[in-house]
Design a protein around this ligand. Structure first.
Ligand SMILES: Cc1cc2nc3c(=O)[nH]c(=O)nc-3n(C[C@H](O)[C@H](O)[C@H](O)COP(=O)(O)OP(=O)(O)OC[C@H]3O[C@@H](n4cnc5c(N)ncnc54)[C@H](O)[C@@H]3O)c2cc1C
Length: 338
C-alpha cells in the first residue's frame, strides 16, 4: 500500500520509480481476506482520500459498510449503524477484484516499472516492506458461503484478548479472523472459539482456508529522511485496531513529496500521521484496561448514539483532552524500536 502510493505520486511528479516486489505478483503475499478502510481516523473520507493519493477510487472494488453487529458474552448482539459508512471493505490479494492488484494496475497504467519476484536491493530510496516484528497476532479463515452480506465484531478475552474478532461476508466470500495480543504460555485456540461462537448463533463458518499474520506496532515516531521507511516498515500503523492501510498510504505520499523537494508538505503529513499514531496509542492503552463487561457496556453506548462514527472520530481528534491523555500515558506502553 505504502510503496504503490509513493510510486504513483513520484511517477506523476515526473520521476521514474521502480518497485521491487519479492512475490511474483503484487498482492500475492496477502491472503484474499477482507480488510476495512476505516472512515474515522482522518478527516478526509475514504473516496476523497484515495483521490488525493492519486488513485481513481471509482475503479476500485469497495463495499461501504454502514451497519455492523457487535457480539459479546453479555446480552444479545447489538446493531451499530450510521448514515455514513464506517468502513469500505476491500479484498487484499492478487486477484482482479483485490485492492493490491487494482492499485498495481493503476500504477502500471501510468508507466510505473515493476521488478516482480525480486527482493529490494540495499540501495533502494524507499523501504515499504510491511510488517516485521509481531506485536499482535492475526489468525483467520477465508471461506465460501451462501449467506448474505454482513459484518460482525466479536469481543471478549476468550475470542481475542486485548483485541477483537471479526466476521465479514460479502458476495459469497467470508473472512473470520481474530486479532489479539498473545497471553504468555497460552494454548487457547481463539479462532476456533470465535468459529464455535458463530456456528452456535446459526452463522455457519466452515473450516476452509486458514491464514495467519501479524501486526507490528513499533516506536519511536520517525521523521522522513532517506532511505524512507514507510508503511508498517516505518511503524505507520493504527495501534488501537490495526487499521494500517490509510496510514501506510499517507506515509508513502509523504516520502514521495520529500523526494520531489516538497519538504514542507511532506512534514505536514508526517505531523498529522504522528498525531494519529499517538492518539491510537492512547486509545490502545485505554482499550487494554477494559474488562469484557465494560467493553460490552461501551458497545451498547455506541449503539445508542445517533452518529457513532463521530464518536470514533473524536477518539482520533488532536484536541486538548486527547493531548493530555497522550502526555499522561505515553510512557505506559511497551516500546518496540523499529
Ligand atoms: C490479517 C490482517 C488484517 C488487517 N486488517 C486491516 C484492516 O481491516 N484495515 C486496515 O486498514 N489495515 C488492516 N491490516 C493492516 C494493513 O494490512 C497493513 O497495515 C498495510 O497493508 C501495511 O501496508 P504496507 O505497505 O506497509 O505493507 P504491505 O501492504 O504488507 O506491503 C508490503 C509489500 O512488501 C513486499 N516485501 C516484503 N519484503 C520485501 C523485500 N525484502 N523485497 C521486496 N518486497 C518485499 C511484500 O511482499 C508486500 O507486497 C491488516 C493486516 C493483516 C495482516
Amino acid at each position: 500500500m505504502a510503496g504503490l502510493t509513493a510510486a504513483i505520486q513520484l511517477k506523476k511528479a515526473g520521476f521514474d520509480p521502480v518497485i521491487f516486489e519479492k512475490e511474483s505478483k503484487v498482492g500475492a503475499g496477502r491472503h484474499g481476506d477482507y480488510e476495512g478502510l476505516e472512515n474515522w481516523i482522518f478527516s478526509r473520507n475514504v473516496p476523497t482520500f484515495f483521490k488525493q493519493s492519486a488513485f481513481k477510487f471509482n475503479d476500485l472494488t469497495t463495499y461501504p459498510i454502514s451497519r455492523f453487529f457487535v457480539h459479546t458474552l453479555f446480552g444479545k448482539p447489538i446493531t451499530i449503524q450510521n448514515n455514513q459508512p464506517f468502513f469500505y471493505m476491500v479484498k487484499r490479494g492478487s486477484g482482479i477484484n483485490d485492492l493490491d492488484y487494482q492499485l498495481y494496475r493503476q500504477c502500471k497504467e501510468i508507466g510505473v516499472r515493476f521488478e516482480l519476484g525480486k527482493k529490494a536491493p540495499k540501495t533502494c530510496h524507499i523501504i515499504a516492506t510491511g510488517s516485521r516484528k509481531a506485536a499482535a497476532y492475526i489468525r483467520g479463515i477465508n471461506f465460501k458461503t451462501t449467506l448474505k452480506n454482513q459484518v460482525h465484531l466479536l469481543l471478549g478475552s476468550q475470542f481475542a484478548p486485548k483485541g477483537y474478532a471479526y466476521l465479514i461476508i460479502i458476495n459469497g466470500n467470508g473472512t473470520l479472523a481474530t486479532a489479539f495480543k498473545k497471553p504468555k504460555n497460552t494454548v487457547v485456540n481463539f479462532l476456533q472459539n470465535a468459529r464455535a461462537y458463530f456456528n452456535e448463533t446459526g452463522i455457519s463458518v466452515p473450516n476452509e482456508i486458514p491464514f495467519g499474520s501479524r501486526g507490528s506496532f513499533s516506536l519511536p515516531f520517525g521523521t522522513m529522511f532517506p532511505p524512507y521507511k514507510i508503511g508498517e516498515a516505518g511503524g505507520y500503523q493504527d495501534y488501537l485496531f490495526g487499521f494500517g492501510i490509510r496510514m501506510s498510504m499517507m506515509s508513502g505520499q509523504a516520502a514521495a513529496l520529500s523526494i520531489t523537494g516538497k519538504k514542507n508538505e511532506s512534514q505536514i503529513i508526517v505531523k498529522e500521521l504522528n498525531q494519529k499514531r499517538r492518539l491510537s496509542f492512547v486509545n490502545r492503552i485505554m482499550y487494554e484496561q477494559l474488562s469484557d463487561k465494560r467493553m460490552a457496556g461501551l458497545a451498547i453506548k455506541l449503539s445508542e448514539k445517533s452518529n457513532p462514527l463521530s464518536i470514533l472520530a473524536d477518539a482520533y481528534a488532536w484536541n486538548f483532552k486527547n493531548i493530555l491523555r497522550w502526555i499522561n500515558l505515553r510512557y505506559r506502553y511497551e516500546v518496540r524500536p523499529t
